[in-house]
Design a protein around this ligand. Structure first.
Ligand code: NAD
Ligand code: ZN
Length: 250
């Protein structure tokens, strides 16, 4: 780990008046949740289910619940790691205004970032939701029903289809979150992208937006990304060790 790049990151944070943190699956691998694109990541094992297929077919819905309930829920058992705690420290000290995340694991909230300052672009995998009326539903009763009958019930309020509260491929991005993320990005003078391959759009558009709007851009990721050429500072290293030193955690 280069001391120089950690000092450079600390200096950029110091000089900034308003930081926005943008995170991807890479910040949670140290908590034991695999990312999508690393070797051994989720996609080397199974193909993602497209939203249209989920809506069109009861068999596909069953397959998605089977993955959820029989696949060993890594997200439910995960704890925040040093990377999350370093980010939480930046928010709690008032340095960072928001955490825009592509993650669905709730670990930013669990690490102490207030709900109001986390913007989830791809939803949340710790609960389910009715696709029609938005009614939130706990997984526990769904899992009981699935085990007993092989299906999950429809919404008890409106009869709509229940789905994990995540945004699937092919599903529309949540508009309020997109607007909040855009506002947060326009309002920052330092944008730090952490643990994202920066290939999933529109999420990956935010670092570009920040840079085009005059903010400095830092990219912290184990491997190079397509946006490295835009960045003021690129650190290709492990997230937990770098961030905890840059923000002087403990
Ligand atoms: P990605 O898998 O495309 O990229 C993750 C990046 O993080 C990779 O480039 C990898 O090299 C890097 N990385 C992994 N561990 C690291 C570490 N310890 N230190 C430094 N770098 C590390 O993930 P993405 O860009 O977030 O996009 C994938 C989509 O998958 C997201 O939209 C998200 O919704 C979803 N996803 C979420 C989770 C989660 O919530 N934890 C997990 C898997 C996938
Ligand atoms: Zn409903």
């Amino acid at each position: 780990m280069s001391d120089n790049s950690i000092q450079d990151l600390a200096a950029l944070i110091d000089e900034a008046s308003r930081v926005v943190i943008f995170t991807g699956a890479g910040i949670s691998t140290e908590s034991g949740i695999p990312d999508f694109r690393s070797p051994g990541g989720v996609w080397s094992k199974m193909k993602p289910i497209q939203f249209q297929d989920f809506m069109a077919s009861q068999d596909v819905r069953r397959e998605s619940w089977r993955r959820k309930f029989e696949g060993g829920d890594k997200i439910a058992n995960a704890l925040p790691n040093k990377g999350h705690l370093a980010v939480a420290k930046l928010v709690q000290s008032g340095k960072a205004s928001h955490v825009i995340t592509q993650n669905i694991d709730n670990l930013h909230q669990n690490s102490g970032v207030p709900e109001t300052q986390v913007i989830e672009l791809h939803g949340n995998a710790t609960y389910a939701k009715c696709l029609d009326c938005g009614n939130p539903v706990d997984f526990a009763p769904l899992e009981l029903a699935f085990t007993a009958t092989g299906d999950v019930p429809d919404c008890e309020h409106c009869g709509g289809i229940i789905k994990s509260a995540t945004i699937s491929f092919g599903q529309q991005m949540p508009e309020p979150e997109m607007i909040r993320a855009e506002e947060a990005t326009y309002g920052c003078d330092l944008f730090i992208a952490i643990g994202s391959s920066l290939v999933v759009y529109p999420a990956a558009g935010f670092p570009v937006l920040a840079k085009n709007h005059g903010a400095k851009l830092v990219i912290l990721n184990r491997e190079p990304t397509d946006l490295d050429g835009y960045a003021d500072l690129v650190i290709n290293d492990e997230i937990g060790p770098v961030l905890s030193r840059a923000v002087k955690l403990d």
